[in-house]
Design a protein around this ligand. Sequence first.
Ligand code: MEV
Length: 329
Amino acid sequence: MTVSSAPAKVYVFGEHAVVYGEPAVPCAIQRRARVTVERREDRRIRVRADDLTLDGFTVRWGGDPDDRPDVDAPEPLVEAAMSYLDGAIEQALDAAGRSDVGFDVTVESDIPLGAGLGSSAAVVVATIDAATRELGVDLDARTIADRAYRVEYEVQDGQASRADTFCSAVGGAVRVQGEDCRRVDDPPALPFVIGYDGNAGDTGELVAGVRSLREEYGFAADTVGAIGDIVRSGRTALDDGDVAEIGRLMDFNHGLLSALGVSSRSLDAMVWAAREAGADGAKLTGAGGGGCVVALDSTDRTRTALEYTPGCETAFRAELDTEGVRADE
Ligand code: MEV
């Protein structure tokens, strides 16, 4: 039996635009997906997953397409979760040069599914690491990130950046632009507060929506480019640890994501609640459509305000996780 875990992430800046070659800065946070795998000799994959949302649900699935998992979660989300897991196992078997084994896979995660915190990337990264180690192969974090990216690319119909998977594999704050993925040296301590509306967005659909806007309107393409400009401006603020400036740029970034149609009423309500509570800045994080906002506030005011915001299911503080994928007990 082999156990690995990998962290969730928030985007300080740059989601969606990163798909078109603009830079983005995601940060790993201290919430993890933990994957246990045990080799089987019969080539079947059996998956058990608890707590893939904050409310929790359980998946028992025999790998047979007719044998649908019995879960209390929207069908497309479950299907996507299963495709990510299948893809991760395929990558692990390929990396180990094996096709003659199967696995019992158990996923435990405190990252809400489809909520913008990179649950799929964390599960895929941890699964590839655990399954390859179970077969006696040790991959470095960059190789795991690369293989995890191929899974996301496949499941999201070719519409994925390397940002989520790289961040989850290596941990810390990272800067991703196309194939250029690197860690940010000595990132500032950012006082992240997260608000979660209990909903989930469909990443593939949201990315496709931005793509068609970008193709239809020059000004939508300019908006994507302007998000890239925000990330470039944010570089100095990140180097200087200037939280007020980072927050101002996050506010701007949210406005542009909203213009691209990926915000929602509850995400906007949480962003405004955070701003009115005195947060340095607030924006949606991840694909949008529902899910989470990330705000910067070193006081308790934003978390408290979010807890009283209609549409916000839960609010919590999140610390940067400097560790990426790791072997667990
Ligand atoms: C989703 O977490 C982030 C997006 O930028 C898609 C991607 O980068 O693959 C919307």
